[in-house]
Write a protein that binds this ligand. Structure first.
Ligand code: PA5
Length: 453
């Protein structure tokens, strides 16, 4: 279902070199499955597609049906792993223009993923005249961005619906821990669980992603079935396994000096899937001074911008192309209005896209950019589940191969601590004084630097 084509890797990495990694990949995969590696307490996602709580799954579908019935809009509040999976699914399986074309399902807006005043105000203005519900998603229950957004949208709901507002709040958080769980219990809001052994960026196939997906009319049974099938298929311990092929290729390229993996896609609906992928790999592998930098490009649009760098700039990167073989519909090019297009007359636009992909791969290979091709037959609910599991498993194995813990994210704390201090959070007084001193010093030193240049 997901195929990996490595022929445009071989000019750079020999088949023997790749095969030589087999014992390490096997060991990493085993460590992951046997829960014997670092961060093993966060590997519950490995079994989630089959061991999920059936009763909760039924409640998720019931809540989605209620939202569809009583709300014109659903505001999904969350950030990082509590945001990107749902948005990736919505755009990939419905459309980046979902809110313009949906009919029987609610408009879906994402909030709490920035600190932008304009973004919140715009949504506020829109929602004032509409019936809406809110799904607040936070595993820790205390992340600043979603906490601020939830507080604002809760206020709006309560002003609009009074005591009935509680019927429109859906909480997705840890089973026991965190401020949000406590609040949900106190207020009697309907709530769903992010399992303790599933970290944020591995949680797309739990209630985190499933409730917004179900509200948008996505077939969540099919999504989980796809992930379940992938779990079986990619559990195979062999170089025939597409996960092993992808993992070995990217690791061999890293060892050969590549420092950046560009996920290239040719369908705009994959944009947020690429954002989800970037978080998954960036947060999982980028630590201890190691890791490929994950970036993404949307082709063919970016061939007219970033394409120059990819072809001809620093030779830092390789490309992983995520290609969808069959679009949902078909459209033929017409040459009748433009003679310069007459050679394309009658050709399917999807064929033009496919040839653009093939042409680009060869050009980039000639420019020194290895190219891995990952193809899926189409973008269906089932394929989405498969893709999520494929990349999660690849990421877990890759992290162990790299020698890092792919399930923690110590690096994201640094900015948070500084932000709390600067915002005057109690307990951060000493840090605040130190940061303010550094910030005022840096203005002076900037001046000095300018002079020394
Ligand atoms: O992968 C992760 O753990 C993070 O990206 C989190 O998902 C993100 O920081 C949001 O955290 P929370 O769900 O606790 O609000």
């Amino acid at each position: 279902m997901i195929t990996v084509d490595l022929k445009n890797l071989y000019p750079f990495i020999s088949g023997e070199k790749l095969c030589a990694l087999e014992p390490e990949v096997r060991a990493a995969h085993k460590r992951l499955e046997q829960k014997a590696g670092p961060g093993a307490e966060f590997t519950g996602w490995l079994d989630a597609p089959v061991s999920y709580d059936r009763e909760e799954f039924r409640r998720i579908k019931a809540a989605a049906a209620k939202i569809r019935m009583n709300s014109k809009a659903l505001v999904v509040i969350g950030i990082g792993g509590s945001y990107l999976g749902a948005r990736a699914a919505l755009e990939l399986l419905r459309s980046p223009n979902y809110n313009l074309k949906q009919k029987d399902t609610p408009l879906i807006f994402f909030a709490g993923n920035t600190l932008s005043t304009d973004a919140v105000r715009e949504l506020f203005t829109f929602l004032e005249g509409e019936d809406f519900s809110v799904n607040i998603i936070s595993k820790s229950g205390g992340t600043t961005e979603p906490a601020i957004a939830f507080s604002l949208f809760r206020d709006l709901l309560e002003r609009k619906y009074g005591p009935l507002a509680k019927e429109r709040i859906y909480v997705t958080t840890d089973r026991e821990k965190g401020a949000l769980r406590k609040l949900a219990e106190e207020e009697g809001w309907e709530s769903f669980v992010i399992p303790g052994d599933v970290g944020g960026r591995y949680s797309a196939l739990t209630a985190v992603g499933l409730l917004p997906m179900a509200a948008a009319g996505i077939d969540v049974d099919a999504v989980l079935a796809g992930a379940g099938a992938a779990r079986l298929e990619y559990g195979r311990k062999s170089m025939e396994n597409p996960v092993w092929q992808y993992v070995s290729a990217r690791n061999a390229l890293y060892r050969a000096g590549k420092r950046m993996e560009l996920l290239a896609y040719y369908e705009p609906s994959c944009r947020f899937f690429a954002e989800w992928w970037k978080q998954l790999f960036g947060e999982s592998e980028g630590k201890d001074g190691r890791g490929l930098f994950p970036a993404s490009v949307e082709y063919t649009a970016d061939l007219h911008s970033m394409g120059q760098y990819v072809q001809d700039g620093e030779r830092l990167m390789f490309e992983t192309v995520l290609f969808v073989q069959n679009p949902r519909g078909s459209l033929a090019v017409t040459g009748k209005n433009d003679r310069s297009l007459s050679y394309l007359d009658g050709m399917l636009l999807s064929e033009v896209n496919r040839q653009a992909m093939r042409a680009t791969a060869l050009a980039h290979v000639d420019g020194g950019v290895p190219n891995l091709l990952l193809s899926v037959p189409e973008l269906s609910d089932e394929v989405f589940g498969r893709l999520v599991f494929f990349f999660e498993l690849s990421c877990g194995i890759s992290g162990y191969l790299l020698g890092v813990n792919p399930f923690n994210q110590p690096g994201v704390e640094a900015y948070k601590q500084n932000m709390f201090a600067l915002l005057g959070k109690p307990g951060y007084e000493t840090k605040r004084a130190e940061l303010n001193r550094r910030l005022s010093d840096s203005i002076v030193s900037q001046g000095k630097n300018e002079r020394s240049f």
